[in-house]
Design a protein around this ligand. Structure first.
Ligand code: 3PG
Ligand code: MG
Length: 399
């Protein structure tokens, strides 16, 4: 894969696909990590006199047409404003993706300028499963630029027009973020220092079953927490009350447990849980052992014995990969488990990688210093699919 130094960019319009999909509260950005992670490539292109035209998505807009989606939002306007602040210079935002406004913004760029196209997912063609439909949008995007740089690591697992189809039409290279992320993930898959401990949280086992399969072959210990742990506990015969459950995945989860024991990988599950009366920040809650969880409660976090157990299971790790919060950390009353995992990992001197927008946001929201971790990845699904050994469409397109 070529890096940007292999491209001639001076005086050229560079279409840069970035992942600026940040969490929003209304129009307020609650975590700007992905915007900051995009800066090295933007700055290095600017320094070489490129005219940087950025395309990115935000959220999953709904509607059948550009106008319906643009009316419903979210617009990239808050992202353009934040990017302008970080760069210390204006970042104009085109009102469309590849139409008249985009053409005029592109034509107005001078060397070293940066501009943003409106949310690429306002164009339904971006995510179409029909190759010809995506190709139509891709050719309009390609017509705006001279060269293409793929730096949207978090979206590389998507076979979308701006990720997969445009690079085929222009001279292209991988951005610095993509190269850095791939180098870290390669270090996790090729000869990781041992013990290699994985912490998997997040809502659904179904999202993670494929990666668990490949992690079983590489890691020494897997700690399961958060929403997905209830399906594992249920598969072991425990009551999980009203907790998140993927009842149709119980057999798959049992198979994972059997594979783990056959391979000698230690699979660790919570021993106690914080159960609440409902899913709310102020819900009444208590700690229950997994052997005595009430049928009318909902699991919201790991209990104190589990926090201690997980900290112990992390203490000797030489390599750690953590993906997914282990409780509903957005509610302060249920953030202790996620904080305990983050703190335990932050104390390690080995190679520690945090994957996934939610875990990365949790670290920053809990106020832990980012430099206490070796790498905080901008990609959730993309990292998991890469670790699984899947071919990512966006990476294949940059090869
Ligand atoms: C992400 O947030 O994981 C990436 O930006 C990809 O977004 P998506 O899951 O909506 O495709
Ligand atoms: Mg996501």
């Amino acid at each position: 894969m070529k890096g940007i130094e292999a491209l001639d960019v001076t005086g050229k319009v560079v279409l840069l696909r970035a992942d600026l999909n940040v969490p929003l509260d209304g129009t307020t950005i609650t975590d700007d990590g992905r915007i900051r992670a995009s800066l090295p490539t933007i700055n290095s292109l600017r320094k070489r006199g490129a005219r940087v035209l950025i395309t990115a998505h935000l959220g999953r807009p709904k509607g059948d047409s550009f106008s319906a989606r643009a009316a419903g939002g979210p617009s990239l306007a808050p992202v353009a404003a934040r990017l302008a602040e970080l760069l210390g210079r204006p970042v104009p935002l085109a009102a469309d993706v590849a139409g008249e406004s985009a053409r005029s913004v592109a034509a107005g760029l001078t060397d070293g300028d940066v501009a943003l196209l409106e949310n690429i997912r306002f164009e339904p063609a971006e995510t179409s499963k029909d190759d010809a439909v995506r190709a139509g949008l891709a050719s309009k995007l390609a017509a705006l630029a001279d060269v293409y740089v793929g730096d949207g690591f978090g979206a590389l697992h998507r076979k979308h027009a701006s990720v997969y189809d445009v690079p085929a039409l222009l001279p292209h290279a991988a951005g610095e973020l993509v190269l850095a992320e791939v180098a870290v993930l390669d270090r996790l898959t090729q000869n990781p220092a041992r013990p290699y401990v994985v912490v998997l949280g997040g809502a659904k086992p179904s999202d993670k079953l494929a990666v668990i399969g490949s992690l079983l072959a590489k890691s020494d210990r897997i700690l399961i927490g958060g929403g997905m742990s209830y399906t594992f506990l249920k598969a072991q015969g425990y009551e999980v009350g009203k907790s998140l459950l993927e009842a149709d995945r119980l057999d798959d989860v049992r198979q994972v447990m059997a594979d783990a024991s056959a391979r000698g990988v230690e699979l660790v599950l919570p021993v106690d849980l914080v159960g609440a009366t409902g899913f709310a920040a102020d819900a009444a809650h208590e700690v229950y052992p997994v052997t005595g969880f009430p049928a009318d409660r909902e699991g919201m976090d790991m209990g104190p014995r589990t926090r201690q157990l997980y900290a112990e299971k992390l203490a000797d790790a030489a390599t750690v990969f953590w993906n997914g919060p282990v409780g509903v950390f957005e509610f302060p009353a249920f953030a202790d488990g996620t904080r305990a995992v983050a703190e335990a990992i932050s104390k390690l001197s080995g190679f520690t990688v945090i994957g996934g927008g939610d875990s990365a946001a949790a670290i920053r929201r809990l106020g832990l210093p980012e430099d206490a971790f070796s790498h905080i990845s901008t990609g959730g699904g993309a990292s998991l699919e890469y670790l699984e050994g899947a071919s990512l469409p966006g990476l294949a397109a940059l090869a």
